[in-house]
Design a protein around this ligand. Structure first.
Ligand code: MSP
Length: 525
């Protein structure tokens, strides 16, 4: 068995309902997973939930529930959300599962035995709301702390610390030797700047259980629970245990829990992850703390940390309290999941921030989906039906070189996880084929029986281009790709980028009934 292409999202805090930011991250990760699958790789896609820590404990309390009961209930709607986005995730991890406890405990014990942790007392200002100690640097000019920290109290507390600074130069060297390790380059530069300009402070990895109960106990001191980030990052490894990853079992000397015996028997080779897709706010956790944790455990590092930007709405931060939000479920119900997946992927490359506007969404729906792609497929199949009773004429190669060039470029973009670019190239192809229809005017030629041969050529080029398009779009809008295959009456999946080339539809193939892929909508202005 060979190692799979292993891609992950951040795991979301379970303190509310999913929003546009969560949806975005899952969709682009899905695009990456599907693209690699279509390119012929074996893919494993992990997403899930971060269920421990104060935020979740407080959210449960606010509902008058026990944290576990609260998490069990709410996690169902997050799993359903992954389904509504049509993700092809192979697993959905929750940090309250036995497999995660087993791996977190094994890692803590191993690092403790190795002498990577020490206990120390710390006196300082503590924000319960942010669950963090503050320093003098956090004070505002007037001496107070920002309101986001809530009540700040002076506290002296013993905790366990993880020694980081001895790994600092090693990490700098690793980032410098591996330019793709942190992407995009702006984030890489930020992290290098941070690492080169100051000595890393040791990471506090515990919280006293009398202050925070909702966490994984330290195996060597039950008076403490594990700090939520130390717990959460490990999900990427603990998921692999339940699929029997041989490397992880060997290095961490931990067995999959009984309940995972069946999946573990498969022995999938997953670690190291190929890509951790995350938002720009949590790059430091993933490209400083996480690599050092892995180094201490003796596991290889992920190949890439890929940081996307943040969405705003109408130029402002999204916020529940002001009502300035985009509800992904409502958008999907109104416009369909593919329209939603298309907009967020097409609007932004992976890196910069985005701004959602309803007008922008509708403009892309109308121009690119309904008029661009939808119209092309509809016109092509309707003409074939009207002029040739839906029977494909002899193979013609007029658009072959354009298609071949597009296929090569789109494949390269997908290989490089440049989803927006893949869509731009695909839509440039759509525009050219729509122009081809206007220029060759099959609807005029059809009136002249002497030009029947020419009409055959044009119709072949159109249906074959539609087939190729279905394969090109599958990673991002898989439902539409499948609908095109259904209307073309082609069996099987459009997930076949690896072998995609001109000439797949044979002469005599009968296509099905055309129906609009993206119905036009009248919206109240
Ligand atoms: N639980 C931590 C992650 C632990 S990963 C080991 C966390 N959770 S979160 O729910 O706050 O955020 C989950 C992901 O959603 C993060 O990658 C974050 O950047 C992303 N987003 C949250 N709001 C966002 C936007 N407005 N726009 C785009 N992505 C955003 O952090």
């Amino acid at each position: 068995m060979s190692k799979k292409f292993y891609v992950t999202t951040a795991i979301d805090y379970l303190n509310g309902e999913p929003h546009l930011g969560h949806a975005y991250e899952k969709i682009i990760t899905d695009g990456i997973a599907r693209a690699h699958k279509s390119l012929g790789e074996e893919v494993f896609y992990l997403t899930g939930l971060d269920e421990h820590g104060l935020k979740v404990q407080q959210a449960a309390q606010a509902k008058g529930m026990e944290p576990k009961e609260y998490c069990d209930e709410l996690s169902q709607s997050w799993k359903a959300f992954a389904g509504a986005l049509q993700l092809i995730n192979n697993d959905f991890i929750r940090t309250t599962e036995p497999r995660h406890y087993a791996v977190v405990s094994a890692i803590l014990q191993k690092l403790w035995d190795q002498g990577d942790f020490y206990k120390s007392s710390y006196k300082g200002y503590y924000s319960t709301r942010a669950e963090t100690f503050l320093t003098e640097d956090d004070r505002q000019p007037d001496g107070s702390f920002d309101a986001i920290y809530g009540d700040v109290v002076e506290l002296e507390e013993d905790n366990y610390y993880f020694t980081l600074s001895k790994h600092q130069q090693w990490l700098i060297d690793h980032i410098e030797a591996n330019p793709d390790f942190i992407q995009p380059v702006t984030r890489r530069n930020e992290i290098l700047g941070f690492l080169k300009n100051q000595e890393l402070k040791d990471l506090c990895i515990s919280r006293p259980a009398n202050r925070l109960q909702w966490g994984i106990p330290l195996p060597f001191d039950p008076d403490y629970v594990t700090y939520v980030w130390f717990d959460a990052l490990i999900n990427y490894v603990s998921a692999t245990l339940s699929h029997g990853d041989p490397l992880v079992q060997k290095i961490l000397k931990v067995q999959p829990p009984e309940e995972d015996a069946e999946t573990a028997a498969k022995g999938l080779e997953l670690w190291p992850a190929d890509i951790h897709v995350i938002g720009k706010d949590i790059v430091r956790f993933h490209s400083v703390y996480w690599p050092i944790m892995l180094k201490a455990m003796g596991l290889p590092l992920p190949k890439q940390v890929l940081a996307h930007g943040w969405w705003q709405k109408d130029g402002d931060k999204m916020s529940k309290t002001t009502g300035n939000i985009v509800d992904p479920v409502a958008v999907i119900e109104e416009w369909g999941v593919d329209a939603f997946r298309f907009y967020v992927t097409r609007e932004l490359s992976i890196g910069p921030d985005g701004n959602w506007t309803d007008e922008g969404f509708q403009a892309r729906y109308d121009a690119e989906l309904a008029n661009g792609l939808g119209n092309l497929v509809n016109r092509s199949l309707s003409m074939l039906k009207r002029y040739r009773k839906s029977e494909t004429p002899a193979v013609s190669n007029e658009l072959e070189s354009l298609a071949t060039e597009t296929i090569t470029q789109v494949k390269a973009a997908y290989q490089d996880n440049q989803l927006q670019k893949a869509l731009q190239l695909t839509w440039a192809f759509i525009t050219k084929i729509n122009q081809y229809i206007d220029e060759t005017a099959p609807f005029k030629i059809a009136k002249d029986p002497e030009q029947a041969g020419r009409l055959d050529e044009i119709l072949y080029n159109l249906v074959e281009s539609c087939r190729i398009l279905a394969v090109l779009i599958w990673p991002i809008i898989p439902g539409t790709a499948q609908k095109i295959f259904d209307q073309l009456q082609i069996e099987g999946t459009p997930a076949t980028l690896a072998e995609l080339k001109w000439g797949g539809i044979s002469a005599g193939h009968v296509t099905g009934k055309p129906s609009p892929l993206f119905p036009r909508k009248e919206t109240a202005k």
